[in-house]
Design a protein around this ligand. Structure first.
Ligand SMILES: Cc1cc2nc3c(=O)[nH]c(=O)nc-3n(C[C@H](O)[C@H](O)[C@H](O)COP(=O)(O)OP(=O)(O)OC[C@H]3O[C@@H](n4cnc5c(N)ncnc54)[C@H](O)[C@@H]3O)c2cc1C
Length: 652
């Protein structure tokens, strides 16, 4: 884009977008450091004081590039590339010894600490995480518009969106929710403020590069591209689609054609699992190819790939259009993916989105493990509770959370079958440390484990490498007001072929002392979602390409695209990208969702032989938790896997 276009977009205006490295810029003052030193007996001097122990350290308010933020992943890539140890130096022994060390401070790691302590109340536990904040994917973005600390707090999830799963929460996961005081269905009824956006609808933005003209159409294209029959004709009429594509859109949404006459429901379902939805649209329903871009990115939010890589039966389960005439029996099919199988099974509602998503679950767990970190006792009061990060890693606490600490080596002291201890080496602030524990839970990412622990059996390491985590970006943008949404009459806009595929106002709610903005004149958070991938390849390759793209994209490129997209989508409502933006946080997750098996590309393994079943077996004193171990990217799976891993170790 040209310099003058950059000026129109406001690329040179000052907003809240600080690119901090590793959190070191926060609380940079070293005041009062000596009083904290006893918490770190092995620290050599005040200069070694960890960032999280410095006054004012509070990562949720950092803007700029978050998620896998700069400083959190580079050493992991060195380990992968085999050049970490050359420059690592000799570790300093911390002299500590724990009952349990947990690698990874996401929901799974935090839940593992909780389950362990429930059975071993006196246990000493250390949680190590490479990020500057705890929670793993369940992170929070906290904004104070105008950069004024006393302005109204705006919150949004920086990752995990909600308590929401395709399958009912297990007894273990539901039990943990109840221990934390969380009752999702009840909270949704009590705290959502449905009236705030009462007059606002969903919309679809057709962009000129793909559809010939920029056009926002307000109307009833549903979450996965299904059209509500009553509004269908009116909606379709307003789109810039060519006549044939419009006709086919209506036909898909309202038609009743049986494309496979003579086949039973089971045979039809099986056939649909063997073709992508794109193939179904083009070769079975025979729609105009110009309709494909309307649907291409619909499944991105769930699967990280488009309709070229999602099977047609999965799309039937999501209620995408075209299947009515097939009269398929309800219920799941074994060749469907985990998520779609769940969608195909009716369930009682168990869904709630805290203002910061499931970061609240992480915060509740941390406060339960280390009560001095924040005041309060309920899920309601934790939403606005200020956390004192300097309490996370104190020598007087039996449970410690050490941030910005990447584990680089895990090794049994002796034969894994009989060793009494596991040694752990981690890098923090450029220095290598070693410590030890009687047991260890890997609540990190499966593909990372073979690099940390080469002593694992070869077959298990190969299986740990199989899944390719799904790259995703959740961008949070603070606008000075939401008058443009109000004027346009829209709250959530699907932008099927733009840089981000969705632009949406955050769910309004009032919980505890947190109150969402009610007037269009007030600042608001807008969520945008991007899932980089490369249509036409296998799903795993698409994720690899998407990740490489994500890691090489600068914040400036994100910002330019965000401003351009918001300007075009909301411009009709008077939005000015140079004037109306207050802050941007790009939550970049190159290693996002756990990989779910996709039988368009993956083999059908015999019972007990799928990669996760081989990958996640206990090895000596090490057990494997985390959602990769379930091949299903959900909070409940992360909790269930933590519970399994803890049980494996305690009963070994
Ligand atoms: C953008 C996004 C949105 C999501 N939305 C939802 C949702 O709405 N509902 C839902 O149920 N699920 C959702 N999920 C999935 C859900 O967040 C995860 O399944 C769950 O949080 C995973 O928890 P975990 O602890 O297993 O892994 P993580 O949260 O990934 O935590 C693992 C931690 O281990 C750290 N780690 C890795 N290697 C090392 C190392 N060598 N040393 C130290 N630390 C290490 C990682 O950096 C990370 O912090 C979402 C995921 C993403 C990415």
């Amino acid at each position: 884009m040209s310099k003058s276009r950059d000026r129109e977009l406001g690329m040179f205006r000052s907003i809240t977008r600080r690119d901090f490295l590793n959190g070191v810029a926060i609380g940079a003052g070293a005041a009062a450091t000596s009083s904290l030193l006893p918490s770190l007996a092995w620290a050599e001097s005040a200069a070694d004081l960890a960032a999280q122990d410095k006054p004012g350290y509070y990562p949720p308010t950092l803007a700029g590039m978050r998620g896998s933020h700069p400083g959190s992943f580079e050493d992991a890539h060195k380990l992968r590339d085999g050049n970490f140890w050359k420059s690592a130096g000799k570790p300093t022994d911390t002299g500590e010894s724990y009952d349990l060390i947990i690698v990874g401070g996401g929901i799974s790691g935090l839940a593992a600490a909780h389950f362990w302590r429930a059975q071993k109340p006196d246990a000493r536990i250390l949680i190590l995480d490479n990020h500057d904040d705890f929670g793993g994917h369940a992170k929070r973005n906290e904004f104070h518009p105008g950069g004024r600390p006393n302005s109204r707090m705006l919150l949004v999830n920086g990752g995990t969106w909600a308590i929401e799963s395709p399958v009912p929460y297990s007894k273990v996961a539901r039990g943990l929710m109840e221990e934390l005081g969380i009752y999702p269905a009840e909270f949704a009824k009590k705290y959502y403020s449905h009236d705030t956006y009462k007059s606002l609808k969903r919309g679809v933005f057709f962009d000129k590069e793909t559809f010939g003209t920029d056009k926002l159409v307000i109307g009833s294209l549903g979450e996965f591209g299904n059209l509500e029959p009553e509004g269908a004709a009116k909606f379709v009429e307003c789109t810039p689609l060519p006549e044939e594509a419009r006709r086919d859109l209506i036909r898909l949404a309202t038609g009743k054609q049986d494309f496979f006459p003579g086949l039973s429901s089971a045979e039809k379902k099986d056939r649909l699992t063997r073709m992508s939805y794109k193939k179904f649209l083009l070769e079975v329903a025979k729609v105009d190819p110009r309709l494909v871009p309307v649907f291409q990115t619909q499944p991105h939010g769930l699967f990280g790939v488009g309709i070229d890589a999602v099977n047609a039966l999965d799309c039937w389960a999501l209620q995408m259009p075209g299947f009515d005439g097939l009269k398929l029996d309800p219920g799941p099919h074994p060749r469907e993916g985990y998520t779609a199988r769940g969608f195909a099974t009716p369930q009682e509602p168990y869904t709630y989105h805290f203002p910061d998503g499931n970061a609240t679950i992480a915060r509740l767990l941390v406060r339960k493990l280390i009560p001095s970190v924040a005041a309060g006792t309920t899920p309601e009061d934790i939403v606005t509770a200020k956390f004192d990060y300097s309490r996370l890693d104190r020598s007087d606490s039996p449970i410690r959370i050490r941030l910005s600490s990447i584990v680089a080596g895990v090794r049994h002291s002796g034969d894994p079958a009989s060793a009494k201890e596991v040694g752990v080496t981690y890098l923090r602030n450029g220095k290598l440390y070693s410590t030890r524990a009687k047991s260890l839970v890997m609540a990190c990412w499966n593909m990372m484990i073979p690099y940390l622990s080469p002593e694992f059996p070869e077959k298990q390491k190969e299986a740990l490498h199989y899944g390719v985590k799904i790259p995703l970006v959740y961008t949070s943008v603070v606008l000075r007001n939401w008058q443009s949404f109000q004027k346009l009459g829209v709250r959530q806009i699907f932008t099927p072929a733009m840089y981000h595929v969705e632009v949406a106002l955050e769910i309004p709610q009032n919980i505890g002392d947190f109150h969402s903005p009610q007037s269009p004149d007030e600042p608001v958070v807008v969520r945008m979602e991007r899932t980089p991938c490369s249509p036409g390849m296998s799903e795993r390759d698409q994720h690899r390409v998407g990740r490489a793209e994500l890691l090489s994209t600068s914040f400036e490129t994100f910002e330019r695209n965000i401003r351009d997209q918001l300007g075009r989508v909301l411009g009709g409502g008077g939005f000015d990208p140079a004037r109306d933006l207050d802050a941007i946080t790009v939550n970049r997750w190159p290693h996002g969702y756990a990989y779910e098996y996709n039988y368009l590309f993956d083999p059908e393994w015999p019972e007990g032989q799928s990669p996760v079943e081989i990958a996640c077996k206990r090895f000596g004193r090490i057990a494997i938790a985390n959602s990769d171990a379930a091949a299903a990217a959900y909070t409940d799976t992360a909790i269930d896997q933590a519970h399994r891993a803890v049980q494996e170790l305690l009963t070994a």
